[in-house]
Design a protein around this ligand. Sequence first.
Ligand SMILES: Cc1ncc(COP(=O)(O)O)c(C=O)c1O
Length: 422
Amino acid sequence: MNYSKYFSSDVPSFLRSPVREIFRKVDLSAICSFAGGYPAACTFPLADIPGLTERVLEKYGTKALQYGATQGVPELRELIASRYGVPVSQVQITTSSQQGIDVCARVFLDPGDVVLASNPIYLGALQSFKAYRAEVVDLNDFMAGEGVVSQTHGHPWPYKREGPTAASSDALRVGRGRREAKAVCETVPSSAVKFIYVIPDFNNPTGKTLTLAEREELVALARELDCLIVEDSPYRELRYSGEAVTSIRELAPERTLQLGSFSKIFAPGFRIGWIIGPEELLEQIYVCKQCLDLCPPVMDQYLAAEFLGSGLLDANLVKTIAEYRRRRDLMVSLLEKYMPAGVSWTYPEGGLFLWLTLPPAVDTVALYDRALAAGVAYVAGSFFYTDGSHRNTMRLNFSFVDEAKMEPGIKLLASLLRDAAE
Ligand SMILES: Cc1ncc(COP(=O)(O)O)c(C=O)c1O
């Protein structure tokens, strides 16, 4: 039977995640995997779960097994509101922050609308934006502090442009400060830009953190364009060094939807996240979520509330941060020890990832099967680029690998890269 006629016209825009494909093919525990973004299992509060479950069932009984409010259970919303200093009315619980991204795309984007985002970009966000047939325009040069929002028209990333076409009269022009001289995005109508998508803290994939000045400039740009900002913040609480930088939501609460997640500070298996944002925007997200899942998982929300409210989350976070700081430092010291000349990497102040730039001759896509056969996995950096470029880059995760496997893994990777560069 030919099923193709049954699929909607959105289906060809669905992007398959190369990272998930890697997971399907390989038993990651059998090799040294720097590929995924999985938290370390040792950070999960396994021993606390029976006690938490017992307390939740004692407190809430069958309510914990019933449908709940679409906005999320009040107990969890209140705890998040007080942790981040916002009114409860500005908190929507989501079934993970991936759903937060998707629901923003679904509520705000029409086909052809523009999302300004850094390139490389988090794949899950790219998948959502593409599924709603939006255009992703590169904010990367701007983020790198070069003062340029580069326009990426005609880049070969496989989507169909269906939205408003270029009109020089209302073209997006960046007219402030150092960006003035380099007004770009000239062919993107500013009215088509719906939001800026940004991971300001410990970016996935690059590990970079935006400075306060960069955040302020980004907010100024959003105000100039009169667009929203989706601040994706699943790693914000995982800082291992340096000082916390004011969040974009704090700088521009009137136009920012800040996405948070319990995945990296509790356990991703619960699939609980949240959105903080203006009530009027959350109201539409609330209506949209009714048809997505009716409500986030109730038992999981109560467990998260109990974990957060009892102080266990903060105690566990201290241990998690110490664990990840050690792993980051170990990986950096191993890279320094083993990597050949011409390889450079980011030094993340938090989060789960390092980003490597290799000599131009090294093709990390071509090298991948050899690396896997030898017993080490990474994610080729080009997978995160909307045009598949930058094949001499790679993302390395330092949270998942057993520390004992890290040295042989980096040593092996370094020798593969040395051979590939010759
Ligand atoms: C930047 C970013 N956003 C969102 C997510 C999704 O996280 P979750 O859906 O588990 O909350 C991830 C997961 O790795 C991520 O790296």
